[in-house]
Ligand binder design. Structure first.
Ligand SMILES: OC[C@H]1O[C@H](O[C@H]2O[C@H](CO)[C@@H](O)[C@H](O)[C@H]2O)[C@H](O)[C@@H](O)[C@@H]1O
Length: 637
């Protein structure tokens, strides 16, 4: 296992992803989909649980534990290059997974090219596949090949892996595939790992060079469409590539992160499976992609949404599998010791059965942003939105588990109610624009009722702050979103008071923001023991709230500090452990990268216009305020 979470690089093929450590080891790889069982799971255990390492072979070459000397993504792509300087010469390893549609939608492939740059370097590749998250050792056999390539087949029941290499391999007693080889200046060795169903004939022999060229062209072309031109362009591009890499291309579903059980506290129990599509996470991801010019992804997700939530709104789930699956049953993988002994390791997610009223607002907002101008009343998405609003009308007064998926008793979360207001507000806007027919007068009264309910029960006048839930004195970072939704204008005194209160009570000394107070060893309000780090997307929400409140310098300072927390490759996990100064939680996480994109867009807009007051929303207690949309959103085809 390669060390800290941020030591891992992400590569992927828009169906699944792999994490590659600084030591040249692929320690996480689920095939064929993001949510499939891992064939390399040493990330959550040890090398026994499956890995594939390619690195210099001689002891001290490089110093043990030091890993690659320098690594980077090649240009604006998801192709990773790791360079190693050794006393005998230098070498580079190029790791990538060709987007599957480039190979005719065929089999998943992880390609590793080793190129000698100077001198002569002895290298070692050790592939130790373990199916079903490290539990199953495959049957490994060599397959004769006429044309000088080597093929090894690794079979475990219904699935199998094939390793094609340009150099001789041996199969060891522990059923690893070992390759010792030397690369000299200008030489190249190629390794291709392919996965498929085991009843199929052998996969075709790959052409690694063509695959590399096609993969680089794909990502370079894709990033060329980005419309953001502000000062944080490099960070934004890397975040957009990461968000795209979390998209399951066949359906348009987006995973919250490609990992499970990277801990929110090292050694703790807050370990969850994020390889699913949360309506909330996907909706905000789409909004970021859309506002940076990526309309096709927005269209694909809208189609995904229409299929996934099809049926009775009663049956709406807050999250689904990447193809819209509903059964996400949670289980513990008892044989895995967990990342740095953080157990349990979980697969599946019981949050799928929760009530989280905010998702109505997030979905409505995304449908609102992706609406085609002039769409007729029978537009599918408009119909869905009306349906969901009718349903919400019956349920908005219920307590729920809220945005943070609290596992304790349900409460009247203020953020949930604000997002219910958003859902009703956007439905009213839909009807007012002629996009659909609906009970607009009744919903205007409902919007006013929800607004009053929140301001009467979720605001503490003595402290001049909104609170986490009705009747509670706790705070919650999700309240920072209020000015972005249009519920109240950014300069409203209650909004300004809430920012101050969150800075006082939820901020770390560095100014990062925790999502709510936890209670150490006690089971706190989230129903869990233990603590967690500062929540990165909440810290970006603070950037936005400060910027909208006209505190632009503070906002920019915090934004730059957050950018410094990224890995050397520009990646962010869910949280930052301020004590240990390292990333924690699943990685890389869509939420955090959405935070980068959204804050960069807002700061660029506000810095350009230089007068923040033009961004304020319509003031008014129950008003039909406009959400903050810092850049023009193109409609979706
Ligand atoms: O920490 C408690 C909860 O953590 C997970 O939820 C978090 O991740 C979701 C996906 O990014 C996000 O939508 C949610 O807002 C976050 O709180 C976990 O999935 C939950 O089961 C868990 O209770």
């Amino acid at each position: 296992m390669a060390g800290h979470i941020e030591d891992y690089a992400l590569i992927g093929d828009l169906h699944t992803a792999a994490l590659v450590g600084r030591d040249g080891s692929v320690d996480w790889l689920c095939l064929p989909r993001f949510d499939s069982p891992a064939v390399a799971a040493s990330l959550l255990g040890s090398s026994e649980h499956g890995h594939w390492t390619i690195a210099p072979a001689d002891p001290g070459d490089p110093a043990p534990g030091r890993g690659t000397d320098r690594r980077f993504y090649r240009g604006d792509t998801l192709v990773l290059e790791s360079r190693w300087e050794t006393p005998h010469g230098s070498v580079r390893v190029i790791d990538f997974m060709p987007p599957r549609h480039l190979a005719g939608g065929a089999v998943p492939r992880l390609i590793r090219l080793v190129e000698g740059e100077t001198g002569s370097v002895r290298m070692r590749s050790r592939l130790r596949p373990r199916f079903h998250y490290g539990r199953i050792t495959p049957w490994v056999t060599s397959v004769d090949q006429p044309f000088g390539t080597r093929r090894v087949r690794m079979t475990a029941g219904p699935r199998e892996l094939w390793l094609d290499s340009s150099v001789e391999t041996t199969i060891t007693e522990d059923r690893s595939v070992l390759t010792d080889f030397t690369v000299c200046t200008g030489e190249r060795a190629a390794f291709v790992l392919t996965e498929q169903a085991s009843h199929l004939p052998a996969p075709p022999l790959p052409d690694p060079q063509r695959a590399l060229e096609a993969t680089e062209t794909f990502w370079t072309e894709w990033t060329r469409h980005c419309t953001y031109t502000g000062p944080a362009r490099a960070a934004v591009i890397r975040s957009l590539i990461t968000l795209k890499a979390l998209t399951y291309a066949p359906t348009g579903g987006i995973v919250a992160a490609p990992t499970t059980s990277l801990p929110e506290e090292i050694g703790g129990v807050r370990n969850w499976d994020y390889r699913f599509t949360w309506l909330r996470d996907a909706a905000i991801t789409l909004s970021s992609l859309l506002r940076t010019g990526y309309r096709e992804e927005a269209r694909a997700w809208r189609e995904w949404l229409l299929r996934a939530v099809a049926g009775d709104p009663e049956n709406l789930q807050i999250m689904y599998g990447i193809a819209g699956e509903r059964e996400l049953g949670e289980a513990e993988l008892t044989w895995l010791p967990g990342y740095e002994s953080s157990r349990p390791v979980r697969v599946g997610n019981a949050a799928a059965d929760q009530l989280q009223l905010d998702v109505y607002g997030e979905v409505a907002e995304t449908l609102h942003l992706t609406r085609r101008p002039g769409a007729d009343a029978y537009d599918e998405a408009a119909r869905l939105q009306l349906h969901l609003t009718h349903h919400l009308e019956q349920r908005w007064q219920e307590p729920d588990e809220g945005i943070w998926e609290i596992r304790g008793p349900r409460r009247h979360f203020v953020h949930s109610k604000v997002m219910a207001w958003v859902a009703v507000d956007r439905a009213i806007q839909l009807i007012e624009s002629g996009g659909a027919d609906g009970p607009v007068e009744r919903w205007r009264r409902l919007r006013e009722t929800i607004h009053r309910d929140v301001c009467d029960n979720g605001y503490d006048p003595a402290r001049n702050t909104f609170t986490q839930s009705y009747g509670s004195t706790e705070l919650d970072a999700s309240l920072l979103l209020i000015p972005r939704t249009g519920f109240l204008p950014p300069d409203d005194k209650r909004v300004l008071g809430t920012i101050d209160a969150i800075q006082r009570e939820l901020s770390t000394p560095e100014g990062l923001v925790r999502r709510y107070p936890t209670h150490g060893e006690q089971h706190g309000l989230d129903g869990l023991a233990g603590d967690e780090g500062a929540f990165l997307v909440c810290s970006f929400w603070m950037v936005d709230a400060l910027a909208l409140a006209g505190r632009l310098t503070e906002a920019e300072t915090l934004f730059n500090e957050l950018l410094h927390l990224r890995s050397d490759l520009g990646l962010l996990a869910e949280e930052w452990d301020t004590r240990q100064q390292r990333q924690v939680g699943n990685y890389p996480q869509a939420f955090s990268h959405v935070g980068i994109v959204d804050s960069a867009l807002l700061l660029a807009e506000l810095t350009t216009t230089r007068h923040t007051t033009s961004i304020t929303t319509t003031s008014g207690r129950c008003g039909n305020a406009q959400a903050i949309t810092p850049t023009a959103e193109p409609a979706v085809p």
